[in-house]
Write a protein that binds this ligand. Structure first.
Ligand SMILES: Cc1cc2nc3c(=O)[nH]c(=O)nc-3n(C[C@H](O)[C@H](O)[C@H](O)COP(=O)(O)O)c2cc1C
Length: 161
């Protein structure tokens, strides 16, 4: 699939098949994701592989669509507020790279922001100097939702002098 089609066809997946996804594949997609741009090469991301006990405690309302794998992606704070913000932006790029790498092999992701709340941070054991950019369900989609239409980009463009 070419890159434009890959980006256009990706969906946030909410219902997964039970088929497993190998750790080697996950690692390949994570290593690929690490090619994300990151200012001053801080490589601020860290990935927790969420095991069954932790997952049960997270008590997600749909159990991440029964995804076979759940990952939490964290971003380390920087030494300044700007660096902390840039690190979070870099980690969001990392997550999207991961989403697309997985999607290129037919595997979908459910991006959930639930890791940010204090209770879930505690369950995940997130240190104070990290934020949770996403908790991701990862697996083969059972249902691929229709695309959600986007605003024509011209409506969001401005010509400057
Ligand atoms: C930072 C971030 C947090 C998100 N958190 C959630 C979430 O908590 N629950 C959810 O259902 N989707 C979440 N999403 C996914 C969006 O809802 C989804 O991308 C959007 O509806 C567009 O759908 P699409 O990705 O299939 O095009 C999140 C996406 C981002 C970028």
């Amino acid at each position: 699939m070419d890159l434009l089609k890959l980006i256009q066809s990706r969906r946030n997946i909410k219902i997964f098949k039970s088929d497993s996804v190998g750790l080697e594949k996950i690692q390949l997609w994570l290593q690929t994701a690490a090619m994300a741009p990151n200012h001053r090469m801080t490589e601020p991301w860290e990935i927790y592989i969420v095991g069954p006990d932790t997952r049960a405690k997270l008590n997600h309302k749909t159990n991440f669509g029964n995804a076979p794998v759940v990952l939490a992606v964290l971003s380390k704070h920087g030494t300044t507020d700007i660096e902390t913000e840039e690190n979070a932006l870099a980690t969001a790029c990392f997550v999207q790279n991961f989403n697309l790498a997985a999607w290129s092999e037919g595997v979908g992701t459910f991006w959930s922001s639930m890791g940010g709340n204090p209770k879930n941070r505690q369950i995940l054991g997130v240190p104070d100097d990290y934020e949770v950019i996403g908790v991701l369900g990862v697996g083969y989609p059972d249902v691929i939702p229709d695309p959600k239409p986007r605003t024509p980009i011209q409506n969001k463009m401005k010509q400057l002098s």
